[in-house]
Design a protein around this ligand. Structure first.
Ligand SMILES: NC(=O)c1ccc[n+]([C@@H]2O[C@H](COP(=O)([O-])OP(=O)(O)OC[C@H]3O[C@@H](n4cnc5c(N)ncnc54)[C@H](OP(=O)(O)O)[C@@H]3O)[C@@H](O)[C@H]2O)c1
Length: 354
């Protein structure tokens, strides 16, 4: 069962999460770390500016960082590559690796909206993994590229899934309060975000709107068909929080539901899609519902389910406007990035695709 894996962009924020999750993983073994010119040829422990709450895995401190060149990465060396690269760097490298027969699980945005490319949030749409076969056929690859959704989108769609299944959803309006870590290790200078809020994140609203209806879509002969029955409108904002994206969500349902029915649907959601697969990173409860009027809060709730659960609170109905509304919080570099990436890789292994 053991698979040898590589992490590209291993020194970044998402890369560090991958390293931390994979170092103690029962199925995966880190065989290669790759990064930018800055670190290549040097020891990981000497190059990385480790910022996670738990110590850097000591066994990896001496691993030498490889130069990011697809020709240096072979199928004999690694079975699965986790990519935590910036989009412009990822785009060609990932395709080259897929051509070489390697399966790439990527956090970078290019290709997320391609119909033949699985965009997976496993509890929501694990069945979309089957389009990987179509991708291999169309593109003549032996490997493949599977995408991890945008962080806000992963958190949103997980919370929406029970509502879509139980009551039907017509419209979603979401306003996000996104953590600083979402912008990467060097992304947002303190002088900009300290004591502040930035009401714009480039490209984010478009990603939430388009990726959500792909994740909630269905597999067709031509790949994943978007769910055009659901309209999503997003407004995205950066706030002075280290980790954990909080979303204020307003939903128009197709069938009316009481608050207790909504709470029940969220609490009981276990995901038929993966529950029998016993994936090590799948949280017992993907959605945790809090009853207190002042929860969820990022500092208190972001590590629920080891960062893989989303936490929902303040579920209520607005009778006047005809919407239900709630707050959902999720850990952006775990549920929204590396944790979801590891869960996807487990799904691929369980399905015999990697
Ligand atoms: N942060 C989040 O919450 C989040 C959530 C979802 C998706 N994502 C996506 O995940 C990816 C990584 O995000 P991040 O937040 O971890 O960014 P980050 O902290 O800036 O890390 C980027 C990583 O890529 C490496 N890199 C940069 N340029 C390179 C090059 N030319 N060649 C090789 N390696 C290069 C960096 O190496 P050096 O350290 O040597 O510069 C670093 O390891 C991005 O595509 C991002 O959009 C991030």
């Amino acid at each position: 069962m053991t698979r040898r894996v590589a992490v590209l962009g291993a020194t970044g924020l998402v890369g560090q999460r991958f390293v931390s999750l994979l170092a103690k993983h029962p199925w995966f073994e880190i065989a290669l770390l790759a990064g930018s010119e800055r670190g290549c040829g040097r020891k990981y422990g000497e190059v990385v500016k480790w910022v996670l709450e738990e110590p850097m895995p000591s066994a990896l401190g001496d691993m030498v960082i490889e130069k990011l060149e697809p020709e240096r990465i072979s199928k004999e060396q690694v079975d699965i590559v986790f990519s935590a690269l910036p989009p412009e760097v990822a785009v060609d490298v990932e395709v080259e690796l897929a051509k070489k027969g390697i399966v790439v699980v990527s956090n970078a945005s290019p290709m997320r909206m391609e119909p033949d490319t699985p965009l997976l949030n496993p509890e929501v749409n694990a069945d979309h993994v089957e389009v990987l076969e179509l991708q291999r056929r169309i593109r003549n690859w032996n490997g493949g590229i599977v995408k991890v959704p945008n962080c806000t989108t992963s958190i949103l769609t997980l919370s929406l899934k029970p509502l879509v299944d139980e009551f039907g959803v017509r419209r979603v309006i979401v306003s996000s309060m996104q953590a600083i870590s979402g912008a990467g290790l060097t992304g947002l200078p303190a002088v900009i975000i300290a004591d502040n809020l930035v009401p714009f994140i480039e490209g984010e609203e478009e990603k939430v709107q388009s990726e959500s209806i792909k994740i909630l879509g269905e597999v067709s002969e031509k790949g994943v068909a978007l769910n055009k029955e659901i309209k999503v409108s997003a407004s995205c904002h950066r706030v002075n929080v280290l980790e954990g994206h909080t979303l204020s969500v307003f939903v128009e349902l197709r069938r009316s539901a009481s608050v207790s029915e909504l709470v029940e649907a969220m609490k009981e959601f276990k995901s038929n899609k993966i529950k029998n697969l016993k994936l090590p990173t799948a949280p017992l409860n993907p959605i945790i519902v809090r009853n207190e009027s002042d929860r969820p809060q990022p500092r208190l709730d972001r590590f629920e389910g080891k960062g893989m659960s989303v936490v929902v609170g303040r579920i209520r109905r607005d009778e006047e406007v005809g919407l239900v509304k709630y707050i959902v919080l999720g850990h952006n570099t775990i549920r929204g990035a590396a944790g979801n990436g590891v869960l996807i890789a487990e799904l691929l292994v369980a399905k015999g695709l990697a």
